[in-house]
Design a protein around this ligand. Structure first.
Ligand SMILES: [Zn+2]
Length: 407
């Protein structure tokens, strides 16, 4: 027997509730009779279950449907504004937070909060959520889930981030219990690559296809994998950490303890470092002019701008990056054979030339015969992808287990 506030639910009753919610979500507006047909419920069960959901305001009565001989039936639909979910992304210095209703319509503005060190992260998360709740006048009890995307290894059983090379975190940050205590809602901490993959899969590609999202942002390179319509976590929740596959065994030491990892050779600081090295060694390049001879001003935009002005050195930097990423892409193709590989993060500044170069390299391999059928592209969702993915993750979990509705 499972006890929810005011309602004693046997497993079967809980199952009936979840079935009804999802039938109304997928087929609403829908009559009670048709819900019964979809779920194989008796009319009495259907009346009881819909009564509970009407009382909790998760569904509402709407227009009347077509009569099949008797009185016109009242139709039921989901009230997507009954609750909200919070999508959060922790980047290297900033916490981003956005609220979504259960249909994933976002509140207009996201909130950003800067944090200085790992001790500040919990406070910054709370500040972000509280700001959004108060700004949009949403009661804490109507928060149906919080999903936090992090660029690191996550222990989903013990609910914590164990380590993040990107955030320079080396100890588990205990944010789960504190947030659970404060908001009394389901809390999920997820690798941000998984959340981006979920957003791309659900909002852009919308097919049954398998998909790998590769995120190249700040000092990190990570990925998220969707196989058979589900996030592929692996046995120890760390699948997709492609930043740490070896590209050059004699390469530079990586923060993970290995040598020559994709992340160590191909991350954003490594790209900038090549441009800096060129400038410092007196290489003739437009990059120097565009950066006002100031190495602190070097960015991927400037390298791209120089490339657009036919700068040979800028071209060589982009080509070298494409060749490094090609190795990562080849490993992904050989391991998962996905139909879609989507890049996101700052790397998109390098534009089509980088993607074309990767594809051209792939066409030189024995896998060439199906390379044209693999979509390799940049994310259309851009910076919104992590928060949208967090929103999707939270909403999906609510519809799988709406227990929070009875808190
Ligand atoms: Zn590594």
């Amino acid at each position: 027997m499972e006890r929810l506030r005011g309602v004693n639910l046997t497993q079967i009753r809980k199952y009936n509730l979840i079935s009804t919610i999802n039938i109304i979500k997928d087929h609403g507006p829908i009559s009670r009779i048709d819900i019964g047909k979809h779920a194989d419920f008796s009319p009495g069960t259907c009346t009881n279950i819909t009564k509970i959901l009407l009382e909790r305001k998760l569904i509402r009565e709407t227009s009347t449907g077509e009569s099949r001989g008797g009185r016109k039936p009242t139709l039921l639909e989901l009230n997507y504004n009954r609750g909200f979910v919070a999508g959060i992304e922790i980047t290297d210095k900033i916490i981003r937070c956005k609220l979504y209703n259960l249909e994933l319509q976002s509140q207009k503005k996201e909130y950003q909060c800067i944090f200085k060190n790992e001790k500040d992260i919990l406070t910054a998360i709370k500040k972000s959520i509280d700001n959004q709740l108060s700004h949009y006048k949403i009661d804490k009890k109507d928060l149906f889930g919080i999903v936090i995307g992090v660029p690191g290894i996550v222990d989903t059983i013990k609910h914590g981030m164990i380590v993040s090379t990107n955030l320079k975190i080396n100890s588990k940050i205990d944010i789960y219990d504190s947030l659970r205590e404060r908001y009394k809602t389901p809390i999920y901490i997820e690798n941000v690559g998984n959340l981006i993959a979920l957003a791309e899969k659900n909002l852009v590609f919308k097919t049954e296809s398998s998909l790998v999202s590769v995120i190249i942002k700040n000092s990190g390179i990570g990925s998220g994998i969707i196989l058979n319509n589900e996030i592929f976590f692996g046995s120890f929740e760390d699948a997709g950490d492609i930043g740490h596959i070896t590209i050059d065994r004699n390469g530079p030491e990586c923060v993970c303890g290995n040598r020559g990892c994709l992340e160590a050779i191909g991350n954003i600081p490594a790209i900038k470092q090549k441009a800096i090295h060129g400038m410092m060694s007196g290489r003739k390049t437009q990059i120097s002019k565009l950066a006002d001879n100031d190495i602190s001003k070097i960015s991927l935009e400037i390298i791209r701008q120089a490339f657009d002005e036919n700068d040979e050195f800028a071209r060589s930097i982009i080509e070298e990056e494409a060749d490094i990423l090609y190795n990562g892409v080849l490993a992904i193709i050989n391991t998962f054979n996905p139909e879609v590989i989507v890049f996101s993060g700052e790397i998109s500044k390098f534009g089509d030339y980088l993607i074309t170069r990767i594809k051209d390299q792939l066409k030189k391999t024995i896998f060439a015969f199906y390379i044209d059928r693999i979509v390799i592209c940049y994310s259309e969702l851009g910076d919104d992808a992590p928060l949208l993915g967090a929103g999707i993750f939270a909403a999906n979990n609510f519809f799988k287990n709406p227990e929070v509705l009875f808190k």
